[in-house]
Design a protein around this ligand. Structure first.
Ligand SMILES: [Fe+2]
Length: 242
């Protein structure tokens, strides 16, 4: 069955926009230093990436991360980055739907798009905590559009859950390394399924370090039809950020 699958075209990320990464250094479990992060940026520029939306974690585990602190750190980082590469950088957040979610909502989310609507949201991998649907409903009443990060990685989620979320008008963002097996065989199967069903809207690398990205990306094998679907997601990313 895998015989009909192909490598990604070499230039698939030429001019692309990455909507999910942890390149802002020293604020979460992503890049630990400015040097490592800038090195990765230069590599990504060689791969043809044009824009990156930085999405540090906003969750209980990182209590110092809020709109004010992250924006200030991003502005300083952006200046450093401009000295070494031409990738256009934007700041957003990856918001865990935990006890602090509504606090971040009141502060105003850092969104993926300039229009200030699309909010990258995640749940725990093991369980969907109580109240998640209500929280998402509340932010949608304020015209925010939830974008669910890596739905394929939630172990508790089944096909019914995915279609229920689609019915609620949540958008889905594929973590591209799921396709390569970076998060196990269940995530491979679910990501292939969601891609085939056309349930994804966007794609992100969710890069926490360069080595995982460089190791797993060449491992991806997709049918030609799914490569076309992935190319469409890359187009959707570009349109969202503008
Ligand atoms: Fe992430």
């Amino acid at each position: 069955m895998f015989g009909f699958r192909n490598k990604l075209p070499q230039d698939i990320f030429k001019g692309a926009t990455d909507l999910h990464c942890h390149l802002l250094p020293g604020v979460d479990d992503g890049f630990s230093t400015v040097e490592k992060s800038l090195h990765a940026l230069k590599k990504l520029e060689e791969h043809g990436i044009k824009k990156m939306v930085l999405t540090p974690h906003f969750m209980k585990d990182y209590p110092d991360n809020n709109r004010t602190t992250i924006t200030a750190k991003f502005e300083a980082y952006k200046e450093e980055a401009a000295r070494v590469c031409g990738i256009e950088l934007h700041i957003a957040g990856e918001y865990m739907m935990d006890a602090r979610f509504l606090e971040h909502f009141k502060q105003g989310f850092l969104t993926l798009d300039k229009q200030g609507t699309h909010v990258l949201c995640e749940t725990s991998y093991l369980m969907c905590e109580q109240g998640v649907s209500e929280m998402l409903y509340e932010i949608m009443c304020s015209d925010y559009q939830p974008v669910i990060a890596h739905p394929e990685r939630y172990e508790y989620a089944n096909k019914d859950d995915y279609f229920k979320w689609v019915d609620k008008r949540f958008k889905f963002q594929l973590n591209i390394l799921s396709l390569a097996g970076a998060y196990g065989s269940n995530a491979v199967a679910k990501s292939q399924y969601l891609l085939k069903e056309g349930l994804y809207d966007y794609v992100g690398s969710d890069m926490h370090g360069l080595s995982n990205y460089e190791r797993f990306l060449p491992e991806i094998r997709l049918s030609n039809k799914n490569i076309e679907r992935l190319e469409q997601l890359i187009e959707n990313n570009k349109k969202l950020v503008g």
